[in-house]
Design a protein around this ligand. Structure first.
Ligand code: BTN
Length: 330
């Protein structure tokens, strides 16, 4: 353990209490000037540490720094997160994860960033990714499935993200087909799945999740302000991103194991409970086309099965869904 790591550990153990520079210097066997230098580095990493010439140092209770060590500490997974790449800033964690996967990164490799400069969503949309407020995380998977089954991974990821939110906070979480996580009807998260294939098998899948955690209403850009929400906005409380990432990885691994050992049925069942879309009337906007119809099913490959008002069936692979309220008396 380096002096900086030992110092962090000691400050954490005394979270909320002042610790004098003299005591730290004695405990760690380095000068007070060295302690001061390491505290400065920890602050640069994002830890909230107060300094006082009289009292020493105070590790704040609200420090929420994304680092590989913080994520690993208390992470209860077998494979997911064995390799964590934590970045202060990147273009897109999906791009980073795809590069790593192409170089052979193992299944369960996690790429996470404090900030993305080119965070991407579906249909080349921008994913708003300001520093410190959200979770921008991508996971490398190497499932033994055919490319047509890849949408299962998106649905499974939505279930894992929803379960993570539900297990930590009593929020009104819903999944919106195919990849949106909503709370009270507003978007709190989204998933971008990218796939690399070889002949008719999957080489790797990178599944990226963006979650709005500690954004305030004013943090959001004007175009998404009315449609987006965050945990802070819903509960009035800042939330630990570390805890949320850990819960997400744990749920994700759990559902991935279910998928491998018992097949997709239990996953899609839970997805349907959380999505509550079957039987609803929806409008689906696709490029250059709109269809209104009743949702009959979401099949095992994530295809939305609609019946229009002329009784025709439509299988929809991709599009934006809007719920259409049923007319009274119908
Ligand atoms: C969507 O709702 O359209 C999907 C949004 C996906 C955003 C995440 S953030 C982490 C990962 N990196 C990206 O560039 N995109 C995904």
């Amino acid at each position: 353990m380096t002096t900086k790591e030992k110092l962090l550990l000691y400050l954490k153990e005394n979270k909320g209490n002042w610790v004098s520079g003299e005591l730290l210097s004695g405990k760690l066997g380095v000068s007070r000037a060295a302690i001061c230098k390491h505290v400065r580095k920890l602050k640069e990493d994002g830890y909230e540490i107060e300094s006082s010439t009289r009292k020493g140092y105070l590790f704040s209770k609200v420090s929420d720094v994304l680092s590989a060590d913080e994520i690993r500490e208390g992470l209860n997974t077998r494979v997911f997160g064995n390799n964590i790449v934590c970045l202060k800033e990147t273009d897109s964690t999906n791009i980073r994860a795809k590069n790593l996967a192409a170089q052979g990164a193992s299944e369960g490799t996690v790429v996470i960033a404090e900030k993305q400069t080119k965070g991407r969503g579906r249909k080349k949309r921008i994913w708003f990714s300001p520093a410190g407020a959200g979770i921008y995380v991508s996971l490398v998977l190497r499932p033994a499935i055919s490319p047509v089954e890849a949408p299962r991974i998106t649905l499974m990821t939505a279930v894992a993200a929803a379960e993570a939110l539900l297990s930590l906070k009593c929020l009104n979480v819903r999944i919106k087909w195919p990849n949106d996580i909503l709370v009270n009807g507003k978007k709190i998260g989204g998933i971008l799945t990218e796939i690399s294939t070889e002949m008719d098998s999957v080489d790797y899948i990178v599944v990226g999740l963006g979650l709005n955690v500690n954004m305030q209403l004013e943090t959001f850009t004007e175009d998404i302000r009315g449609k987006a929400t965050s945990i802070l906005m819903e509960t009035g409380e800042r939330f630990s991103r570390i805890k949320l990432v850990q819960a997400y990885l744990q749920w994700h691994e759990k559902y991935y194991d279910i998928l491998k050992n018992r097949g997709f049925e239990p996953v899609i069942q839970r997805w349907k409970e959380l999505a509550d879309i079957i039987g609803q009337t929806v409008r689906v906007d696709m490029t250059g086309k709109k269809i209104v119809g009743k949702v009959m099913d979401v099949d095992n490959n994530g295809v939305l099965i609609l019946k229009d008002n002329q009784g025709r069936s439509h299988g929809i692979f991709s599009g934006d869904v809007t719920f259409v309220p049923d007319k009274p008396g119908k």
